[in-house]
Design a protein around this ligand. Structure first.
Ligand SMILES: Nc1nc2c(c(=O)[nH]1)N[C@H]1C(S)=C(S)[C@@H](COP(=O)(O)O)O[C@H]1N2
Ligand SMILES: [Mo]
Length: 252
C-alpha cells in the first residue's frame, strides 16, 4: 500500500515537472497520475480478488443524476437508424457461432426472460465514474438457451456503431471469456434507471460486465457470437479498443 502510494506520488511529481508548461498539460497530468495509481491498484486487485467475486452495489440514493455517455452516443449506421426510427420493433438479437441452437430474439422475447436489476459503478479508463441502475437478462440464461458447444471459449459482441460514423468504418466489438459471461452480474441491459435504455447509453441492448472497465461494456449490440478464438475478428485482439492498444482483460 505505502509503496503504491509512493509510486503514484513519484509518478505525479515526474509528470508535474515534465508537463507543467501549459494548462492543457496540467489537466492531463492529473489524469495520468490518477490512471497510474489505478493501474497499480488494478494489477494488485487482479491477483487478490477471485474472478467470481461480485462488484459492489449501491443504493438508489447514490445513483448519478447525470450519468455520462461516452464513445458512440448516436450511431449513424443505416441499419441502426432504420431500427431506431421504428422504435426498435424490428430489432432482433442474434446469438450464433459455436452454439447448438442459434437464437434470434426480439426485445419482447428478452423482456419475457427473468429480469435482473443492479445498481453499480461504471468506471471508464478515461478517469470518470458514474453510478446507475441496470435492468436486463443474464447473459448466462441466453447462452444456456442457445447451448454452448464445448469448443466455445469466448463470447463476442458485435455492435452497430462505427466510431468514425462512416458506413464502411470499423464497427465496435468486444469479447469476454466464459467466467465473465457466466458471472451473476453480467447482463444484457434494456433499461437504465427504470427507463427504456436511452440511445446515448446503447439502445436497445448493451452489456454490463461489472468487474471490468467501461470499454468492455458493449453498447448497441446486434449479434452475440460464441467462438473458440477471436484471432480472425477485427484486428484479432478481441475488441475495438484492444485492436488499438488497450488491454483485453480490463478487470477492476
Ligand atoms: N458499441 C459501443 N460500445 C461502447 C462504446 C462505444 O463507443 N461503442 N464505448 C465504451 C466506453 S469507452 C464506455 S466508458 C462505455 C460508456 O457507456 P455509457 O455511454 O453508457 O456511459 O461504453 C463502452 N461501450
Ligand atoms: Mo470508457
Amino acid at each position: 500500500m505505502n509503496r503504491r502510494r509512493w509510486l503514484t506520488g513519484a509518478a505525479a511529481t515526474l509528470l508535474a515537472s515534465a508537463l507543467s508548461a501549459c494548462d492543457q498539460a496540467r489537466i492531463s497530468l492529473a489524469e495520468q497520475a490518477r490512471r497510474m495509481g489505478e493501474g497499480l491498484t488494478r494489477r494488485t486487485q487482479r491477483l487478490l480478488i477471485p474472478r467470481e467475486a461480485l462488484a459492489p452495489t449501491y443504493d438508489r440514493s447514490q445513483i448519478s443524476p447525470d450519468f455520462r455517455a461516452n464513445g458512440s452516443i448516436d450511431p449513424a449506421a443505416a441499419d441502426y437508424v432504420a431500427l431506431k426510427t421504428g422504435g426498435f420493433a424490428d430489432y432482433r438479437l442474434v446469438i450464433d457461432g459455436l452454439v447448438e441452437r442459434p437464437l434470434s430474439l426480439s426485445l419482447a422475447d428478452l423482456r419475457s426472460r427473468p429480469a435482473q436489476s443492479q445498481i453499480t459503478k461504471h468506471d471508464c479508463v478515461e478517469g470518470w465514474t458514474s453510478i446507475g441502475e441496470w435492468t436486463g437478462v443474464r447473459l448466462e440464461t441466453l447462452l444456456d438457451e442457445a447451448g454452448l458447444k464445448p469448443e466455445a471459449k469466448y463470447i463476442v459482441f458485435h455492435c452497430f456503431d462505427a466510431l468514425d460514423q462512416t458506413e464502411g468504418g470499423d464497427r465496435y466489438y468486444e469479447s469476454i471469456d466464459l467466467i465473465d459471461a457466466r458471472h451473476p452480474q453480467t447482463i444484457l441491459a434494456y433499461a437504465m434507471n427504470g427507463q427504456t435504455l436511452p440511445v446515448p447509453h446503447g439502445a436497445p441492448l448493451r452489456l454490463r460486465v461489472e468487474r471490468q472497465l467501461g470499454y468492455k461494456h458493449a453498447k448497441y449490440i446486434r449479434r452475440i457470437e460464441a467462438v473458440e478464438s477471436f484471432a480472425h475478428i477485427g484486428g484479432g485482439k478481441g475488441g475495438y479498443w484492444e485492436d488499438r492498444g488497450y488491454e483485453w482483460y480490463a478487470g477492476i
